[in-house]
Write a protein that binds this ligand. Structure first.
Ligand code: GCU
Length: 715
């Protein structure tokens, strides 16, 4: 039974899977070989594409049609036995020797598959990998397992006509990261302050509404399809802050989770659940949630057994414990290894994992106390526990030591726990990067993090550490908005997250090109070169532009407390949250050195422990994260800190003004709805960027008394 691709409401934007994206596949003849639900999905996708574009698709078991296939998607276990043997030595029939009129179609197909398989030389493709080749007139995708066939199909879609060009040797694609996961901070009950989606900037939740499951099956299915097409394979369906109603998803409301799992499964996406550590107490009235208590262990074992009885492919639990008011093992005098292992033990019999977040810090800090440093907290809590976690615990670490600012150093925890599986957590939702009102393409930022080498040149990268038994995870930016992400250009962030998790070495520009080709169909545009150039101009550097007009040189925050949008330089300065800039009349920045500060630099291995410690060596963009300096401190750029603040804020706003002008050029070249929505958002971005510029510049002018060297208005 083919799985029928979902029909969402007509006003919902197709994101990177518009019907045109399937033109190359859908206008050809395709053969699908293999069985199973995911193969049915592949067949359904191709069938839908063919209905729109005039091609044809058949399964290997059908009568061969009159002509050989242009595209063969085959599971290796479905191949005839001789073609499956890695040591197969039979000479393939080269397609150039083959006269398609004289040879039966099935024979041509088989020959192409055989050739591909011989080229593969026995290489294992794994649970999600695939091999792609073009042999003669046939493009062949081989996979050992059905998920690989699905990813292979979407690779062919991405390539478009290029997949059907000249011959090319077999290329094996395997994901670098085994789990590529999105965390939804969606609440079942709207939270009085945070709403339906915590830090959500794209409307309501696609899963939940007003305390009930949303049951928009087509939307959930369409979401799964978009995620599969960029490589995501796991989704946590509720907020890490687990409130009363959400806690019950684990037990009496498990059916609601199962319904979502049913919609995501046809696209190879497993469902995970955020749970509260206090579940035995709040759900069943146990006197304690102590992780070493036998009754508590039995409770989790039984709850987990019921979860798997209902959702056999359930992924596991996600836990925020002892953090920002969430309960955790500290209440019982236990540590986080005790806590995580409790849940891991319950999940182990079923192959489930627990994602245990390392975002643990004192959010009731006294701002007068300069020795407590929030940046230190995750390392201080977790590094001593390395080696104590069960092997189905994945410690989920925010990529920076603070909280998803536009600029932070990489978290030192990533280098500190060789005996622990780690997930690196990104934030696709733009909490601190413009809240999907500002264009801010985040792939360059993530790419920098993934390429960072904690042990210096020649050492392993963050991507290598995460790939070694760990995951890449991100907070989703999706809601029930008709463009999915509020800002249509924020779709690119979601797409890029999946692609970088699959292949961290991809360049942000290349990922953007893929996204442009799929989303905007440049082939049909009257100005494809202008379209592509403009989108790159608008997006490639937009993260750095955002950085320029917001908090300077890595110091972070300066946002409005609570909702975190727009400037408020002192908004967090005298609060308990641990996020300070310490500006006075002489200078600003946080002294995190070992010599005179909080000692945070000592959490890094060399060479970074030394680089960050040294005022001379510390990179400009992180200077104020690590050092408190006078306003006339001279940066590597040759500018003083105060002049850099003025200049970067004027530059950032000018860049937004240019973006507004560039965007106008696309009127008439793209979908008018997309154009209008982005235009509206750019108006707000420009207003907000000017506000940032003027508040930050005025603030530091007043503090420092230093005039702008270029005599611009500072207010
Ligand atoms: C940030 C965010 C919160 C969120 C928290 C987390 O602090 O503002 O809304 O709950 O991160 O990652 O758990």
């Amino acid at each position: 039974m083919p799985v029928i691709p979902p029909d969402v409401a007509p006003d919902v934007h197709p994101a990177w899977l518009p019907p045109e994206a399937f033109r190359a596949v859908g206008s050809r003849h395709t053969l699908v070989s293999g069985d199973g639900p995911l193969v049915d999905t592949v067949f359904g996708e191709v069938e839908r594409a063919c209905a729109g574009h005039g091609g044809a698709v058949r399964r290997a078991t059908d009568e061969p049609d009159a002509r050989p296939a242009d595209l063969v998607l085959a599971l290796t276990p479905a191949l005839p036995a001789a073609d499956r043997r890695p040591d197969d030595v039979r000479e393939p029939i080269a397609a150039s020797d083959t006269d398609p009129d004289a040879v039966p179609a099935a024979q041509v197909d088989l020959d192409a598959v055989r050739a591909a398989h011989v080229d593969l030389a026995g290489a294992a493709l794994g649970a999600e990998g695939f091999a792609l080749t073009r042999h003669g007139q046939v493009t062949v995708v081989l996979a050992d397992a059905p998920a690989g066939l699905l990813y292979g199909l979407f690779q062919v879609v991405r390539l478009g006509e290029a997949a059907f060009g000249p011959e090319c040797p077999v290329r094996v694609h395997r994901p670098a990261l085994g789990r590529r996961m999105l965390d939804h901070w969606d609440n079942v009950d709207p939270h009085p302050v945070m709403g339906q989606v915590e830090r959500g900037y794209a409307g309501g939740s696609i899963f939940w509404r007003d305390g009930r499951p949303r049951r928009d099956r087509a939307r959930a299915r369409a979401y799964a399809r978009l995620l599969a097409a960029c490589g995501v394979n796991a989704v946590a369906v509720n907020n890490v802050n687990v409130h009363a109603t959400e806690a019950r998803l684990l037990t009496d409301r498990l059916d609601d989770v199962a319904e979502i799992a049913d919609e995501l499964r046809p696209y190879a996406i497993r469902v995970h659940l955020s749970v509260t550590f206090a579940a035995p107490v709040v759900l069943d009235g146990l006197p304690t949630a102590d992780p070493l208590d036998d009754a508590v262990r039995t409770w989790w074992a039984e709850a987990t057994r019921r979860v798997y009885a209902r959702i056999p492919d359930f992924g596991g639990y996600l836990v925020k414990a002892d953090s920002e008011g969430q309960p955790g093992p500290f209440s019982y005098g236990r540590d986080h290894a005790d806590g995580a292992n409790l849940l891991a033990e319950a999940l182990a019999p079923y192959g489930g994992v627990v994602h245990w977040r390392a975002f643990v810090y004192n959010h009731r800090q006294d701002w007068r106390d300069r020795s407590t440093d929030r940046a230190r907290a995750a390392f201080d809590h977790f590094a001593p526990l390395d080696g104590r976690f069960r092997d189905n615990v994945i410690l989920q670490v925010k990529h920076g030591p603070m909280d998803f600012q536009a600029r932070e150093p990489v978290s030192p925890v990533i280098a500190a726990m060789p005996g622990t599986r780690l997930a690196v957590e990104f934030q696709v939702t733009q909490e601190y990067t413009g809240q999907q009102r500002h264009v801010c393409y985040l792939a360059p930022w993530w790419s920098e993090v993934l390429r960072y080498r904690p042990w210096g040149d020649g050492g392993r990268s963050v991507a290598d550490v995460a790939a070694d038994g760990g995951d890449l995870v991100a907070v989703s930016n999706v809601g029930d908005d008709r463009f999915w992400t509020g800002h249509p250009l924020a779709q690119a962030n979601l797409y890029a997250f999946g692609r970088l998790a699959w292949e961290p070495g991809l360049t942000p520009e290349a990922v953007l090109d893929e996204w442009i080709d799929l989303t905007f169909d440049p082939a049909r545009s009257t100005g494809p070169a202008l379209l592509r150039r403009t989108l790159h101009e608008v997006m490639d550097d937009s993260w750095r532009t955002y950085e320029r007009y917001t908090a300077p040189l890595g110091v972070g925050f300066m946002v409005r407390p609570g909702h975190h949008y727009g400037p408020d330089v002192d908004g967090y300065e005298y609060t308990p949250w641990g996020t300070y800039h310490f500006a006075d009349r002489d200078g600003l920045g946080v002294d995190r050195t070992r010599a005179t500060g909080t000692g945070f630099t000592g959490q890094y291995p060399p060479p970074w422990s030394q680089v960050y410690e040294s005022l001379d060596e510390c990179p400009d963009e992180l200077l104020l994260f690590f050092h408190h300096v006078p306003y006339d401190h001279v940066l590597h750029s040759g500018k003083t800190v105060i002049q850099h603040i003025y200049d970067s804020h004027f530059d950032g706003v000018r860049e937004v003004e240019e973006t507004v002008g560039r965007w106008q050029r696309l009127a008439g070249l793209i979908d008018p709805d997309v154009h209008a929505r982005v235009t509206e958002r750019l108006t707000e971005q420009l207003r907000c960027a000017r506000e940032w510029r003027d508040q930050v510049n005025a603030y530091f002018h007043r503090k420092s008394g230093t005039p702008d060297a270029h005599h611009r208005p500072l207010h």
